[in-house]
Write a protein that binds this ligand. Sequence first.
Ligand code: HEM
Length: 133
Amino acid sequence: MPTLTKLYGMEEAARHNTPDDCWVVVDGKIYDVTKYLDDHPGGADVLLEVTGKDAKEEFDDAGHSDSAKELMQDYFIGELDPTPSIPEMEVFRKEQDVGFTSKLLANATQYWAIPVTVVGISAVIAVLYARQK
Ligand code: HEM
């Protein structure tokens, strides 16, 4: 089913790592906690420290109450994009290109090898035949 949830890569989420612009990722979900930093009972620093990674473990370790989990929905802005980031796709494409080029070269060699061998053998036979005469 199509979803209206916005998807962000971890790289994008990691860019929001200052007291004026702070996103945290918890269990694949992204929260813009900029306006909550000063009110967070655990302090602003703990939130700033966990930017740029999935802080599920740290969040769970803090033993957040159900009301804390409810409250975090107010700051939900999107989810982590599960598809690989573009640089990874570029590397994959390059690898594929190398494979394709070497295959093409291997094929070209094969196609050339047969006629060259035939011509070579014919030349040897012709030389031997000429010598016999
Ligand atoms: C939108 C995200 C978050 C919300 C709304 C939130 C909310 C809260 C609330 C309401 C409390 C008070 C205790 C409770 O009711 O459970 C709390 C405490 C705390 N939170 Fe968060 N929190 C968030 C994210 C995080 C993250 C990512 C960390 C990771 C380090 C964290 C670490 C802590 C710590 C260390 C405490 C103090 C626990 C204590 O001293 O008892 N929180 N948080």
